[in-house]
Design a protein around this ligand. Structure first.
Ligand code: GDD
Ligand code: MN
Length: 376
């Protein structure tokens, strides 16, 4: 059985597969290793390209996940699919320097560490030609990351590391698996101090394909931090849903004021129009952010919007009835009002995720996609 597995997450990296596999072969000369490529059903045929290499080299395996997205979960599933004692995760776009892998493995074994990180900030390392904006973003992310982990690491944001399988197994069940930051997730999850080492390298520019890091990835990062702070107690998607709801209230009041003061509309009419607009804004934001994995489009979206209006009207009723009931029991106005809001929003969230975005059902049912699974 190989001693080391290298997990390569891929999403639309067809042109990078060949180059990264041969770079690994060169760098790992003499080591006993296997490569696990985890592809999220890329539309450019990355998985098929990878299988082409796998057919000629039994050390290469491909996991093709259908209807799934997410770097962190891809990495974990790749690691769990291997029996190797040491597991490396590396980007497949050659931005991480594969030539330091032997040094990382040696350090992990010699010093009996839990994790060795390929670091852009440690001795000999550098951000390379990464644009200034990205460097600043990376620094900001690092500061926020320090909130949840005490490990003294210079490159917490790294997606390049080797772990001892025993450490992975200690934390794997409690990982958040939200977004990009699998290393931070592991370090923040551990209940004991983690033994970490670092090996420096220079971040290379991306030569083929595009970065998948975008605004949503940034949001996912904040979700991960929230999830670690709230300790898995409250679903992060509920927090995001609630934040959007609070924003909706502001939108509502703003529009109401415009309609009353500027358009001189009667109160009830203004209130009704403002409610519909605020609900619509909420729906759009939830569709794009909270439930982005299950985003509704076309006819589904209009049907979902109608359901959402209906759900929110019932939610409002629950809110009012709860508050009224508590107020009748001589409970203070803010407790009664707050309880109404919480119950109403929990209802809205529950109906939204179960009916409107059909989260559970769609997670189970595969949406048919027309991409051929294998192209020779
Ligand atoms: N399976 C899968 N699923 N792979 C993904 C997904 C996904 O949803 N999203 C991205 N990937 C793969 C990409 O194909 C690539 O191999 C790797 O994950 C990193 O994605 P990039 O889009 O190239 O990220 P980056 O270069 O902007 O950022 C990387 O480097 C930073 C510095 O080390 C990431 O590794 C960051 O986590 C890291 O902070
Ligand atoms: Mn990259």
């Amino acid at each position: 059985m190989p001693e080391l597995a290298i997990v390569l997450p891929t999403y639309n990296e067809r042109e990078n597969i060949g180059p990264v596999l041969s770079a690994l072969q060169q760098a790992l000369e003499g080591l006993d290793y296997e490569v696990v490529i985890v592809d999220d059903d890329s539309s450019d045929g990355t998985a098929a390209a990878a299988r082409h290499f796998a057919r000629h080299d039994s050390r290469i395996r491909v996991i093709q996940r259908i209807n799934r997205r997410g770097l962190a979960s891809a990495c974990v599933e790749g690691m769990m699919a291997s029996s190797a004692a040491y597991l490396a995760v590396m980007d497949s776009d050659l931005q991480h320097d594969e030539r330091i892998l032997p040094a990382m493995l040696a350090k992990l074994k010699d010093e009996k560490l839990d994790v060795v990180i390929g670091s852009r900030n440690a001795g000999g390392g550098s951000m390379g030609t990464l644009p200034g904006q990205r460097v600043a973003l990376s620094r900001f992310g690092k500061k926020v990351g320090r909130l949840v982990t005490r490990a003294d690491v210079s490159d917490l944001m790294s997606g390049f590391f080797v772990v001892d399988r025993r450490f992975l197994e200690e934390v794997v069940r409690s990982l958040s698996l939200t977004g990009f930051k699998i290393l931070l997730d592991m370090l923040a999850t551990s209940r004991r101090p983690v033994k970490v080492g670092e090996v420096g390298y220079t971040f290379r520019p991306r030569e083929r394909g595009e970065s998948k890091l975008d605004f949503l990835t940034g949001l996912e990062y904040l979700e991960l931090i929230l999830d670690k702070i709230t300790g898995n107690w409250i679903p992060t998607s509920y927090l995001v849903f609630g934040l959007i709801g609070a924003g909706g209230v502001l939108v509502h009041l703003l529009i109401l004021r415009l309609l009353l003061v500027i358009a001189g509309m009667p109160f009830l009419q203004g209130q009704a129009i403002a409610s519909v607009i605020a609900m619509t804004v909420n729906f759009v934001l939830n569709n794009r952010l909270t439930f982005r994995t299950f985003r509704l489009r076309g006819a589904d979206m209009w049907f979902g919007l109608a359901l959402f209006y209906l759900a929110c009207s019932i939610g409002l009723r629950i809110n009012l009835k709860t508050a009224e009931f508590l107020r009748d029991q001589q409970i203070s106005w803010y407790m009664a009002g707050g309880a109404g809001i919480i119950l109403g929003s929990v209802w809205n969230y529950w109906v939204s995720s179960i009916l409107v975005w059909r989260v559970t059902r769609r997670r189970l049912a595969a949406r048919g996609r027309q991409t051929p699974l294998d192209v020779q």
